[in-house]
Design a protein around this ligand. Structure first.
Ligand SMILES: [Zn+2]
Length: 367
């Protein structure tokens, strides 16, 4: 990897770094650093701090005009697209409502293409889908996409800019890692579905690692059939489906519930509102969900060696995070876990834009 790429990737991670420290990390002398920073003039800005004595220390950061990144988040209710500058400031933004009739490859393709018609001036592109992404192919139960190929369908190569495709929970994990500075991050995305991602920062020289964890389909027990074909998946005993049944007294099957989910959105909305506002009522609805989820999460943190869970998703709340944290730590003295409610509404767009910036740097300075 070229020194220019190393410098930019380092600043992207650290946000602001002392020039002297950067020289040490990259392994170059001050005059070579001057030469490199000159070459990177379009991408970086250098600020000086008032010195206590002697020469003022210089700090390097990414410049506002370094790039424009188009970040698109494709969710069940809407597609949101944002252009960010080098400082991560939102320059433009647009939203497309996703209706039932759009839930297929043609419909989703159409909606994303509308966004490309609006925004054409960007240097790198990141798209995050609600669902699973494997080698740029998307499988999403809720978007009704099966082995969807966005690279082909959207003709991404013809855009002439680097692009990356992630899942929404991967994008959140990237956001969490880069904003917290933590090298290992565990994100739980909780709602009617339960997804998780473990993200490991691998320094400069190899790709960061995303490990999608199909937490919702771990075996927990019971007789309820899951849409994945198995019986006893965690989602059938510890998701908002269970909260829905507790709240309404309904005995609808999990598969029917997922099939007709939008008929229940209003009820789900009120349940989630209770989850945010009325703690004693919420405990009645969520108690068995929290018990089972805590059991799996506690064990998962031991497996991964993480001590913090970042909780996201439509079904989550500050209250839910604190209840989960308490329950997990009560279960076993081996569990020492904090659960933090990730109350950032645009974490998916921000996360995928950060990954798209990393990708741009790697492509641009690869040779
Ligand atoms: Zn399942």
């Amino acid at each position: 990897m070229k020194n220019e790429a190393k410098i930019l990737l380092h600043i992207l991670r650290q946000k602001r770094i002392r020039r002297k420290d950067l020289e040490k990390i990259i392994g170059v002398n001050p005059s070579t650093m001057t030469y490199l920073l000159d070459k990177l003039n379009d991408y970086i800005e250098i600020t000086e701090e008032v010195p206590t004595l002697g020469k003022p220390p210089q700090f390097i950061s990414i410049s506002k005009r370094a790039w424009h990144i188009l970040a698109i988040s494709v969710g069940r209710e809407k597609i949101r697209a944002v252009i960010y500058n080098g400082h991560g400031e939102e320059l433009e933004c647009t939203e497309q409502r996703v209706r039932k009739e759009h839930l297929n490859a043609i419909g989703i393709t159409e909606l994303i293409k509308n966004i490309f018609d609006k925004f054409y001036d960007f240097d790198s592109l990141g798209i995050a889908f609600s669902g699973n992404v494997n080698e740029e192919k998307v499988d999403s139960k809720i978007l009704k996409l099966d082995n969807y190929d966005p690279v082909k369908a959207l003709r991404l190569k013809s855009l002439g800019v680097p692009f990356i495709i992630l899942s929404d929970v991967e994008a959140i994990a990237a956001y969490e890692s880069k904003t917290s500075g933590k090298e290992r991050v565990f994100v739980l995305n909780y709602g009617t579905g339960i997804g998780a991602c473990y993200y490991e920062y691998h320094a400069l020289f190899s790709r960061d690692e995303f490990k999608n964890i199909p937490l919702g389909h771990l075996y927990f027990g019971g007789n309820e059939k899951c849409y994945c074909g198995a019986t006893g998946c965690l989602e059938t005993v510890a998701s908002d489906y269970v909260a829905f049944k507790n709240f309404t007294g309904s005995n609808i099957s999990f598969i029917d519930f997922i099939e007709q989910e939008e008929n229940y959105w209003d009820v789900l909305k009120s349940i989630r509102n209770i989850n945010k506002t009325n703690n004693s009522k919420a405990l009645e609805i969520y108690e068995n969900v929290i018990d089972k989820l805590a059991y799996v999460l506690g064990n998962t943190t031991l497996l991964l060696g993480v001590s913090q869970i970042a909780l996201y998703g439509e079904g989550s709340s500050k209250w839910f995070a604190s209840m989960l944290e308490r329950k997990i730590n009560e279960l076993s003295t081996n569990f020492k876990v904090s659960v933090r409610y990730g109350n950032v509404f645009d974490a998916v767009e921000r996360g995928v834009s950060l990954e798209a910036a990393v990708h741009l740097v790697r492509k641009k300075f690869s040779k």
